[in-house]
Write a protein that binds this ligand. Sequence first.
Ligand code: PRP
Length: 181
Amino acid sequence: MSVPNAIERVLLDEETIAVRVRELAAQISADYADSDGLVLVGVLKGAFIFMADLARRLQVAHHVDFIALSSYNRGTTSTGAVRLIMDTRASVAGRHVLVIEDILDTGYTLDYLVRTFRARNPASLRTCILISKPERRQVEVQVDYLGFEIPNEWVVGYGLDYADRFRTLPYIGVLKREVYK
Ligand code: PRP
């Protein structure tokens, strides 16, 4: 597949992502092997591709559900305020919940998610993140499964966007600075 002009370089190619997703799925499957199943909660929009690939590799029974959030003032004077746009369809009370995110940046979104779900009395709560940018962290958050740590660059593809573009690139690429500066 050709690389769009807006992409400076491919950071994580399809094969690298696929190998790591298989490893994560194996780890999660082993960890939940003795459970009666779990509910995967994908955070829209970004998590939809990662979650689809991960879920199809799991060897444990699971349901899928989704939640959509929006944050205020991202990238400016962020206060970390997060707004719930769409909640999960089913209740998570008494269930083993695994929150699936594409990227962990400041941490405000995941912090909100963990606090929100904890208050709903799940049987257990863990998080699975594909990409983390540790340099950007503003709050400490619970990360149970992590795909990759990357430097502080704007990445797109495999669910990640810039202005809602590039989400369906099959790899993760670094956006050219001139595109978003
Ligand atoms: C991204 C990502 C996380 C959040 C992480 O979502 O999917 O939900 O940002 O950032 P944080 O750690 O600074 O809170 P985004 O708001 O870009 O929405 P999208 O998933 O619809 O693209």
